[in-house]
Design a protein around this ligand. Structure first.
Ligand code: GRG
Length: 302
């Protein structure tokens, strides 16, 4: 890895499914193969060993699959009451691995497009794809990943799961538009922030968690709880990401620290500080936007 993974003490959830994640990564590399050389190099740029990022979403999804599976006994409230009778556990797990792969493909596609929009120079500790291949190839590589994700999704032949993951793509676009078109008033609003964050970050986690539960044969209630779980993890993930923008290093983040602050985004620490002290918000914005005084802005937030 180009940058450090967080430490979880004696039980590291990433290690619990490490082998399976390695095979997901290997399948991902193969499933985006194309005979068109430029497209192949671009599409595979962030799937190469060492450029894979944290693989947070596939890890979370496979851990959820394990917790719901019949292999690992579940508490009574998770017992399966409408599992299709003829689905073999190994086949069930294989289909859940496909969801982990599709989710990562959609995620990487959104990173590629996001970096074009933001004119980013770094991602995952490497040069951003757009700064190596140019914007046009970066956009097309993202489109290609979405196309391959759609083919894998269709192969699962489950219309509800297809709908869930397709909704994510719409939500990602909506989140980006909400961010781009934020007014000064929106930038002051925690509600607007949570709405945008649901679309940009949490929808992918919520809908893919629900897909894992559905493909694990779980009932409606459990599938809906899985959705809620993913939504909360997604919101929490973004809050931590926002704090790391202030406190993390380039090594940890894979991109320069204070990136969000400098690009004028209202992030969770800024909004919570402003909630306590409304007079601070405008001050913080002015400090880093107009005066570029990042250190003073950071001091005000914390
Ligand atoms: C092409 C599907 C598609 C969408 C276009 C550009 C756009 C609309 C949406 C942007 C969505 C986006 C980039 C949200 C940020 C999500 C986020 C917190 C990313 C960082 O995730 P990590 O830290 O990254 O898990 P790694 O590199 O570890 O995978």
């Amino acid at each position: 890895q180009a940058f450090a993974l967080p430490s979880f003490g004696p039980v590291d959830p990433f290690q619990l499914v490490k082998e399976e994640i390695d095979s997901v990564s290997e399948r991902l590399r193969r499933s985006i193969f194309t005979g068109i050389p430029t497209l192949r190099s671009a599409a595979q740029y962030f799937f190469k060993v060492g450029a894979e990022g944290k693989r947070f979403r596939p890890t979370m999804l496979l851990l959820m699959a394990s917790s719901l599976s019949s292999v690992m006994p579940s508490p009574d409230y998770l017992t399966v009451d409408d599992r299709p009778p003829n689905v073999h556990p190994e086949e069930e797990r294989r289909r859940q691995q496909r969801i982990a792969e599709i989710t990562e493909m959609i995620h990487v596609a959104s990173l590629l497009h996001d970096d074009v929009i933001d004119n980013a120079e770094m991602r995952r500790g490497l040069k951003a794809l757009n700064s190596v291949f140019g914007n046009k190839i970066a956009i097309l590589a993202g489109d290609f990943l979405l196309a391959r994700a759609s083919v894998s999704l269709a192969a699962l032949r489950d219309s509800e799961v297809i709908q869930l993951l397709s909704q994510v793509i719409e939500d990602l676009v909506t989140g980006e538009i909400l961010q781009m078109t934020s007014t000064e008033e929106d930038l002051l609003s925690l509600d607007h922030y949570v709405r945008k964050t649901f679309h940009k970050t949490a929808s992918l986690m919520a809908n893919s968690c629900k897909a894992i539960a559905i493909l694990g044969g779980q009932n409606r209630e459990v599938a809906q709880s899985a959705w809620e779980y993913g939504r909360h993890v997604g919101l929490a993930f973004q809050f931590v990401d926002d704090v790391l923008d202030f406190t993390g290093s380039t090594m940890q983040l894979g991109k320069p620290a204070l990136n969000d602050l400098k690009s004028g985004l209202a992030t969770a620490p800024v909004l919570y500080a402003a909630e306590e002290h409304p007079e601070l918000h405008a001050l913080i914005l002015r400090r880093f936007k107009c005066e570029g005084d990042v250190e003073r802005a950071t001091e005000l937030v914390f």
